[in-house]
Ligand binder design. Structure first.
Ligand SMILES: C[S@@+](CC[C@H](N)C(=O)[O-])C[C@H]1O[C@@H](n2cnc3c(N)ncnc32)[C@H](O)[C@@H]1O
Length: 129
């Protein structure tokens, strides 16, 4: 895990957005909480709504891939901040660059997402299912 965090923190964007991360001691900050929740609950599906550069979906995807049961992250973000999430191949490569291949990104608002028929989950609120 320390090596994985070390690789993650080569990318300065993963130290942003107030998750109390710290590079000096490879501390995920609140990321430990996200990681631990997914490892303890062993949930098969996690929904993440809105992420600047993917810190939260990345950590949750890593946790689910570390579980024997596996699992997937449904990540909903319309890329309102900039174009970062607009190219599906670049999004896939962004997560895959850290060995995380279980994140399905939806380029839409949550409001649009809940109206689609292909979401594959019953979404009634923000929760871990
Ligand atoms: C400030 S950034 C993310 C902050 C987040 N706490 C983090 O650590 O990355 C807000 C994100 O929410 C997304 N967003 C805004 N409105 C949204 C909506 N209606 N549904 C889903 N995502 C939305 C934006 O595209 C943006 O990427």
């Amino acid at each position: 895990m320390q090596n994985w965090i070390s690789e993650l923190y080569r990318h300065p964007d993963f130290i942003m957005m107030g998750h109390q991360q710290r590079t000096e001691d490879m501390n995920l900050g609140l990321g430990w909480l996200y990681y631990a929740l997914a490892r303890i609950v062993r949930t098969k599906t996690v929904v993440v709504i809105g992420s600047y550069r993917g810190f939260t979906p990345m950590v949750l995807g890593k946790a689910l891939s570390d579980n024997l049961e596996g699992g997937r992250v449904i990540f909903i973000d319309p890329s309102f901040v900039d174009d970062f999430w607009k190219d599906p191949e670049a999004v896939r490569a962004h997560f895959a660059g850290f060995g995380v291949n279980n994140i399905k990104h939806h380029l839409s608002t949550t409001q649009q997402f809940v109206e689609t028929n292909d979401r594959g989950i019953h979404l009634t609120g923000v929760r871990i299912v």
